[in-house]
Design a protein around this ligand. Structure first.
Ligand code: HEM
Length: 408
């Protein structure tokens, strides 16, 4: 049993979860274990200019809120930043922040483009891109895995998914980087807002063009599909294009970085995997649980409701901490052990219920391609510098990963 020390864990009563600085500490497992043990449904006090909010850390409680779209809504934001700010400008238009019948209709329509069959050519692209990138880096003495491998795969995949013309991709990537949490420290808020607007404008133009040049991509689906005999509005199309970039880029990239780091930190797991003792499918789930890149999501209560014995009032903000639920001792045996062969492994990394990640299949395929490529072509991996953590209360992971690989 891998034990952790609760005695020195941060006190839930004094932890500020609105401060990105909180999440670069090294004792987060201890911190969440103490929340689960002492204050599993904790009322986080207000901070200057921001209202109080609930912090749900046990697996069963988080799941009960994810499932419950009658008593909780995503339409007033689904991450702490927008919930605390009072709402999301894409509410009622973008899938992740839309509820009810409209959410179901848009989701069902988009799901057609996300079925394993429809995604065959996108997955083939993921495999090829991963093979080429890993092939390039094993020949080097050392390199930054984040820059040279991880950042090229998710955006390339989303661009394939939407059939973004190759000549537009570098510009779209540059704008996207400016909007990302992991890069945010380098850019001003104005830069971020401007880049986001550029992306929205770009999709508006592309959607107009696509209507005259239809294909079998997601954007073609969005511009032609009808719900109750009516096309989606311009805003619905644009926001849902943007949501694919938002949803698909950072969390996939960061989980890829965490995968390599976890192998370096757990050489015995690498040896097991390399020796073929664990299948790629089973290992992928542990990689996802261990990485939990999206630390939390959130909702607003629509009515007075009870969660884990606490009374939540209508209008309250409720945050669900996947990063804690995925290590809940009552669900996962020996949760702090990195065990690639772990089964069952019903982690909440992709959420649960009506808003369950639309890109889960693709996210998994990206990791599987990486695992297969590492197993086949890499003998050893080692750190050659100190990776820096992302300062964010949403995204967990590393901005860079200076490493050296030796070829198999
Ligand atoms: C929703 C995580 C990859 C698109 C979600 C949710 C989670 C999540 C936890 C639920 C949000 C909520 O309940 O409010 C992740 C992780 C990924 C990943 C950890 C990678 C490892 C992707 C990819 C795409 C994508 C590759 C698209 C190409 C979406 C969309 C939603 C969503 C559109 C909203 C679904 C809805 O509201 O019905 N994701 N995601 N995600 N994700 Fe992902």
């Amino acid at each position: 049993m891998t034990a952790i020390d609760l005695a020195s864990a941060p006190d839930p009563l004094t932890v500020d979860l609105t401060d990105p600085g909180t999440f670069v500490r090294d004792d987060l497992h201890e911190m969440w274990a103490r929340f689960r043990a002492e204050r599993p449904v904790h009322r986080h006090p207000e901070t200057p200019g921001r209202p109080p909010f609930w912090v749900v850390t046990r697996y069963a409680d988080a799941m009960s809120v994810y499932k419950d779209n009658k008593n909780f809504t995503s339409e007033r934001g689904n991450v702490l930043a927008t919930l605390l700010a009072g709402g999301d400008s894409a509410a009622g238009k973008m899938l992740a922040v839309t509820d009810g019948a409209r959410h179901r209709a848009i989701r069902n329509m988009m799901l057609k483009s996300f079925s394993p069959r429809a995604l065959q050519h996108v997955v083939a692209g993921v495999r090829k891109r991963t093979k080429d990138l890993v092939g390039q880096v094993v020949a080097k003495d050392s390199f930054d895995y984040a820059r040279e491998v991880a950042e090229h795969i998710p955006m390339g995949t989303i661009c394939d998914l939407m059939a973004i013309p190759p000549q537009d991709r570098p510009q779209l990537l540059a704008w996207n980087k400016k909007t990302l949490s992991s890069e945010a420290e380098n850019d001003s808020l104005d830069d971020q807002v401007m880049a986001r607007n550029e992306i929205l404008l770009y999709f508006s133009d592309l959607a107009r063009h696509r209507r005259r040049n239809l294909g079998d991509d997601v954007l073609s689906t969005l511009v032609t599909a009808e719900i109750d005999g009516e096309r989606l509005s311009e805003e619905e199309i644009i926001f849902n294009c943007y949501s694919l970039i938002l949803g698909g880029d950072e969390s996939s990239r960061v989980s890829s970085i965490s995968t390599v780091l976890a192998f370096i930190q757990h050489p015995e797991q690498w040896r097991r995997f390399k020796a073929g003792e664990v299948t790629t499918n089973v290992a992928t789930e542990e990689v996802l649980r261990w990485a939990t890149p999206a630390m939390h999501f959130g909702r607003r209560a629509l009515v007075d409701v009870e969660v884990g014995g606490e009374r939540i009032a209508a209008g309250d903000i409720v945050t669900l901490w996947n990063t804690s639920a995925n290590f809940d001792e009552s669900v996962f045996a020996d949760p702090f052990a990195y065990d690639l062969a772990r089964t069952p492994n019903k982690h909440l990394t992709f959420g649960y219920g009506p808003h369950f990640c639309l890109g889960a299949f693709l996210g998994r395929e990206e990791l599987k391609a990486l695992l297969d490529e590492l197993r086949e072509n890499v003998a050893t991996m080692e750190l050659v510098g100190t990776p820096e953590r992302i300062r964010s209360n949403f995204l967990y992971g590393y901005r860079n990963l200076p490493v050296s690989f030796s070829a198999a």
